[in-house]
Design a protein around this ligand. Structure first.
Ligand code: C2E
Ligand code: MG
Ligand code: MG
Length: 632
């Protein structure tokens, strides 16, 4: 029952007013009846007043009882709010009556309605399978000894959702036989997730999810310990994607990132679970094989990876060919410390890059010397390009296979190093490409060659066609065409005297930019040749898509042609295909008369190789042009 204090006060006031009016009425009453009536009424009012007064303390008690009720409800609401905010729920299980009572927050954590009827077994069934036995064992102990318990475990909820809780409780057993488990459970999921995230950030690469340097080094350290104890070997495979920078620069970082993720998943399929794949940085991956019998095992994995990559890969809307260079180092044969093993695998990887990419190399001591040289070479090359110092162009003649006359020449760059003498392009072009000097170096080569073409013309060789090699890096230069055309004008040469050799590479298959540059070049009157045909992707698509006039058959086929039947068949096929596409052919690396005879039989149009001339400096080449007598 609820008593309203305001209504009581109002009634008391009314009684007082009526009493005063009755008193006035009594004073002014004229008859005895009237006086009696007013007296009766007045005494009734006074009586009522006393009854009211005696009831008042009772009302006050009820009033404070109501206040208390209100206070308790407020506190309860506050507690519920606090439980909800702190994600702490409480529960109690009566071990005798087998009744379970849960606070609202527990229902909320479990993601079920407040009214849900929950038995003890149902409640326990929410515990994740991995933690179930552990939790039950602890509870059993607490029940047995009437002790406290403290547990962390996961709950499995609907839709595979997992919630982590920390539960602290006590089992109370009384003399009267009653026994209860009382506990509070706190939802610590966000703590656990934060900790997992911190761990992930510390040990895993955020892009690919692979192990990072820190975790890799930790794993190598542990593997070294095991290998030392069990007298076993471990291998490191240092892998670097070929031309990755080119993909990033031409197709954008988004595609680059997608490719790295794609490669990571592909690598995971090539190795065993005990092996560690890590992203060491940029496009570098290191694979740790913790237990190998020897070099052979590591080689098998390297080959497997390169084979898996040997296909077209769909990255977003792009079709990409990707190759890698891999360097291998073995513990304890090549090094016994973490850093040395990594450095040596890196050195071997550089060697693989140097020998034409898309291959693997096993570390050897002689490579270490090269690696030290490389560091200085980078700086020296930057100086040489900046000062245009020591960059020289050599020329190698091309012979017309039908009449043995000189049909053209190829310009081949050399670097005349102040201390080391003449350095071949295979030892420094890749440095220029990877350090970003290639475009500048390309300008020097193009300008020098075009000025030499003018000199050859002045010497009487007006129609000598000279080929200039273009690195795929130069296709990133927006000024390439303008530069070439300005040099043609500056040195007054005929565009038809120039040819540009390009290699099959990823940039070719992926950018319309390449097609645009090649089309602009051909419309200027210069021609385009595909170099080293047969070693790259040998895609007929290039031949169809790009305005190509000439195919240069790679010297690896020509060299072994006489002894190796398959090389002979490949060369013949390339020549036949080129003929049917109306493309002219140049065979590179011709060293013997036998090769000349075979190539002529096949219908190859031009021959280039040491048999006719090695690449020689400009002045020597002018003499060669003047003194040449066709005799093959
Ligand atoms: P390439 O364009 O395929 O050049 C042909 C290479 O084969 C030259 O090597 C040449 O000396 C060599 N060669 C020619 N005939 C024979 C032969 O009968 N036997 C043997 N064993 N080798 C022969 P080089 O000059 O060392 O150039 C190597 C590569 O470096 C070139 O291959 C080309 O890819 C690149 N390169 C050369 N000069 C330039 C340049 O100016 N710019 C760019 N971007 N790359 C260049
Ligand atoms: Mg070439
Ligand atoms: Mg070539």
């Amino acid at each position: 029952m609820k008593i309203n204090i305001y209504s009581i006060t109002l009634k008391a006031l009314l009684l007082l007013i009526i009493s005063i009016s009755m008193f006035i009425y009594y004073i002014f009453s004229e008859t005895a009846d009237e006086r009696l009536t007013s007296l009766l009424m007045l005494s009734t009012i006074i009586l009522s007043y006393y009854i009211y007064k005696s009831l008042k303390p009772l009302n006050d008690v009820e009033q404070s009882f109501n206040n208390l009720n209100e206070e308790i409800s407020k506190k309860e609401a506050h507690l519920k709010d606090a439980q909800r905010i702190a994600k702490i729920g409480s529960w109690e299980y009566n071990l005798v009556t087998k009744t379970l009572s849960l606070s609202d927050e527990v229902y909320r954590t479990l993601g079920i309605k407040l009214s849900t009827n929950m038995e003890w077994e149902d409640f326990l069934n929410y515990i994740d399978d991995n933690d179930y036995n552990k939790v039950l064992a602890v509870l059993d102990d607490a029940i047995k000894y009437g002790s406290t318990f403290d547990l962390k475990y996961a709950l499995k909820l609907k839709k595979n959702k997992k919630v982590y809780v920390q539960t602290s409780g006590k089992v109370r057993k009384k003399q009267d036989g009653s026994a209860k488990i009382t506990a509070v459970s706190m939802d610590i999921s966000s703590d656990i997730k934060n900790r997992q995230r911190i761990e992930e950030l510390a040990y895993y690469d955020s892009l690919t999810g692979l192990a990072n340097r820190l975790l890799l080094k930790d794993r190598i350290a542990k593997s070294i310990q095991h290998a030392k104890r069990d007298k076993e070997n471990l291998a490191l495979l240092f892998m670097d994607l070929d031309h990755f920078k080119l993909i990033n620069d031409t197709l954008g970082h988004g595609v680059g990132d997608e490719l790295l993720i794609y490669i990571s998943r592909l690598l995971e399929k090539q190795v065993r679970e005990a092996d560690t794949i890590s992203r060491f940085g940029g496009d570098e991956f290191i694979i740790l094989l913790p237990n190998v019998k020897g070099i052979n095992d590591a080689e098998i994995v390297a080959k497997k990876i390169q084979k898996a990559l040997q296909q077209k890969h769909t990255i977003g809307s792009h079709q990409l060919y990707v190759t890698t260079s891999i360097g291998v180092s073995i513990y304890p044969e090549h090094a016994d410390s973490i850093d040395d093993l990594i450095t040596n695998a890196d050195t071997a990887m550089y060697e693989a890059k140097k020998s034409g990419r898309n291959g693997y190399k096993i570390y050897s001591l002689s490579m270490a010397k090269c690696a030290n040289r490389l560091l200085n070479l980078e700086q020296d090359l930057a100086e040489a390009i900046k000062n245009r110092n020591g960059i020289e162009i050599y020329y190698q003649a091309k012979i017309d296979a039908t009449n043995n006359t000189i049909s053209g020449a190829e310009a081949l760059v050399r670097w005349n190093h102040q201390n080391r003498g003449l350095i071949n392009p295979s030892d420094f072009i890749y440095i220029a490409e990877s350090t970003g000097f290639m475009i500048e170096l390309g300008y020097i080569i193009i300008e020098k060659t075009i000025s030499h073409v003018n000199e050859f013309a002045k010497q009487g060789f007006k129609d000598l066609k000279v080929a200039i090699n273009l690195s795929c890096r130069q296709f990133q230069d927006a000024n390439l065409v303008t530069f070439i055309s300005s040099m043609i004008k500056k040195h007054g040469v005929k565009p038809s005297q120039l040819e540009f050799e390009i290699t099959e590479s990823i940039s070719m298959s992926n950018t319309d930019e390449t097609l645009r540059i090649l089309t602009e070049l051909t419309s200027m009157g210069v021609s385009i040749a595909i170099d080293d045909f047969g070693t790259g992707y040998s895609s007929l698509l290039y031949l169809k898509k790009f305005p190509i006039k000439t195919i240069k058959i790679d010297r690896s086929f020509v060299m072994d042609m006489a002894a190796d039947n398959s090389d002979r068949v490949i060369t013949q096929t390339i020549v036949l295909m080129a003929n049917s596409l109306n493309l002219s052919t140049v065979a590179e690396g011709v060293e013997t008369q036998e090769q000349v005879d075979l190539l002529k039989d096949m219908g190859c149009n031009h021959l280039q190789g040491f048999l006719f001339s090695k690449p020689i400096p400009k002045n020597e080449f002018t003499k060669f042009l003047k003194n040449y007598i066709p005799n093959h």
